[in-house]
Design a protein around this ligand. Sequence first.
Ligand code: E4P
Length: 217
Amino acid sequence: MKFFIDTANLEQIKEAQDLGILDGVTTNPSLMAKEGISGNEAINAHYSAICEIVDGDISAEVLSTTYEEMIKEGEELAAIHPNIVVKIPMIKDGIKALKYFTDKGIKTNCTLIFSAGQALLAAKAGATYVSPFLGRLDDISVDGLNLINEIRTIFDNYGYPTQILAASIRHSMHIIDCAKLGADVITSPLAPILSLLNHPLTDKGLAQFIEDSKKMK
Ligand code: E4P
């Protein structure tokens, strides 16, 4: 399973990259705005900076919602770096745009997926990734993991190459459950990734080893 970090914060991206386990980055307009990035020049420069840190797929989301504008914007984003993946919202014009970029050999990530039917349409259009939002489904008391399971079954039934990029991860159990269900990728904020490190018996065991090691010196 691939690990992407879901942030536009360069320090956190560097920290995850330094761990040596990072395969890519996802961003969205909310995450970019949180970092105070605005205006075309600053947006493009920020994506370039991310591409300098991580050698993997970097999702950059279009801000427009019509077919023509998404094509124009997506082509500009894709021109920033070969690792840029054009992130397209799950709307009617988005499906058409996915097909356009697929035919041009440009990688895509279809975002805001909340149903198996939406994932199926995106796969039919040739999306490289679909991003089902687990946490936001859980937030409204709908089982987000069940959606991952449904999409896995459908993609496996027909051998769709579209990768399931489990998004809106809230905690480390989401990551473990996605791995069990066969998600191809998880994209997570830094904290849930780091919390995979933790176990009280590891802390207790290490403290004991450090104590006993003093007897060996
Ligand atoms: C996915 O690509 C999105 O950027 C993200 O995972 C959404 O997560 P949130 O629900 O925590 O905002």
